[in-house]
Design a protein around this ligand. Structure first.
Ligand code: OSB
Ligand code: MG
Length: 368
């Protein structure tokens, strides 16, 4: 693949409503948009999903930018590559920094698909026409949560995800379950618990949760395995699964029944497709996780979630859930609990240049 130049844009946009977790309240979302251009003028798009501060993983917008500019872009253009997979492999020589790697790697996959004149979902072997969508209820006040949930259920989302932490858990789950007896519910703890909280987590078993996401430490596959033995609710790992090796270890240890796959967290498609394969071979269910991202990353999520195994609704919501105006020309739309796969070439979305320039804080172009 011949690359002419790469442009990075640091953008920043306020959320319609603050996104509350026990770790962080996100009110303003920073991100990095990547454009990679070939000699024919075709452009592939990627998005860096690290936050302004390292609350979800160790990366930030600034560390991602540094890695992209000083390490990953130079490494990518240092020698030719025939296929995007080579870039995923090449980046394995750099430790960590998955979100920075993914931002660039996904732009190369998008460009590759556009060069072939086909949608990216086709390149990766996707088959689903409709992508199953669920949404997150922020950890606001109890009445705020019920009101948010009412709206999301009315909009047709197929499952609701609640953010929980010690003390803000059993009461919330019970209240939501009482209000919505038949709605599919999942609880995401973002590592808020330890094994000492086992009894508390076991009390959640009675509410018929679809799964409990990342209850324990990020590095803790062993204790997740011990916990899973004593919970009837399946554990879904999020933060703990960064590499295919993490996935193998989780499988050896029976640490989970489910994994949410996020392109950013795992370093891009090469890693995501390998993790997906491991899950398929070992009967681990998968769904597509979200990062409160902009339309470029959401469009990549839609491509990934066309894979047959993505049979559980993901964190797939309309652009309008978080943004007054997204940075793509046709915003992502979820209707009746599904988003249609995007028909255009590559990820099937284009940048809304006017909106992009309104939210851009800094841009830089690197020639290959
Ligand atoms: O833990 O799944 C998470 C958003 C940002 C960082 C981490 C997480 C989330 C979500 C998904 O819960 C929110 C979304 O994109 O709709
Ligand atoms: Mg999570």
């Amino acid at each position: 693949m011949k690359i002419k130049n790469i442009t990075l844009h640091i953008i920043s946009m306020p959320l319609k409503k603050p996104f509350v977790t026990h770790l962080q309240t996100v009110e303003e979302r920073e991100g990095i948009i990547v454009e990679v251009q070939d000699a024919d003028g075709l452009i592939g798009l990627g998005e860096g999903v690290a936050f302004s501060t390292p609350w979800y993983t160790e990366e930030t917008v600034k560390t991602s930018y540094h890695m992209l500019k000083d390490v990953l872009i130079p490494l990518m253009i240092s020698s030719p590559f025939p296929h995007p997979k080579e870039i995923g492999k090449r980046f394995e020589a750099v430790r960590g920094n998955s979100m920075a790697k993914a931002a660039l790697e996904m732009s190369i996959w998008d460009l590759y698909a556009r060069q072939q004149n086909v949608p990216l979902w086709e390149i990766i072997g996707g088959t689903r026409h409709e992508i199953l969508a669920g949404a997150v209820v922020g950890a606001n006040s109890m009445t705020g949560m019920i009101e948010q949930a009412e709206v999301l259920v009315q909009e047709g989302y197929q499952r609701l995800k609640l953010k929980i932490s010690p003390g803000a858990d059993v009461g919330i789950v019970k209240e939501l379950r009482d209000h919505f007896p038949s709605v599919s519910l999942l609880a995401d703890a973002n590592s808020a618990y330890t094994l000492d909280d086992k009894a508390r987590l076991q009390t959640l078993d009675e509410f018929g949760l679809e799964m409990i996401e990342q209850p324990l430490g990020v590095d803790d596959l062993v204790e997740h395995s011990l916990l899973q033995k004593e919970l009837s609710t399946p554990i879904c790992l999020d933060e703990s699964i960064v590499t295919p090796l993490d996935m193998k270890n989780a499988i050896y240890l029976n640490s989970c029944g489910v994994v949410n796959i996020k392109l950013g967290r795992v370093g891009g498609y090469t890693s995501a497709l390998e993790i997906y394969r491991l899950c398929q071979e070992n009967s681990i269910k998968v769904w597509c996780g979200g990062m409160i991202e902009f339309g470029v990353s959401r469009a990549h999520n839609l491509a990934l979630a066309t894979l047959e195994g993505f049979s559980i609704p993901g964190d797939i919501s309309s652009s309008s859930k978080y943004w007054e105006e997204d940075i793509i020309t046709s915003p992502i739309v979820v209707k009746n609990g599904v988003a249609d796969r995007l028909a255009g070439q590559g990820i099937g979305v284009e940048l809304n240049r006017k909106r992009l320039s309104e939210v851009t804080r800094y841009s830089e172009t690197f020639n290959a």
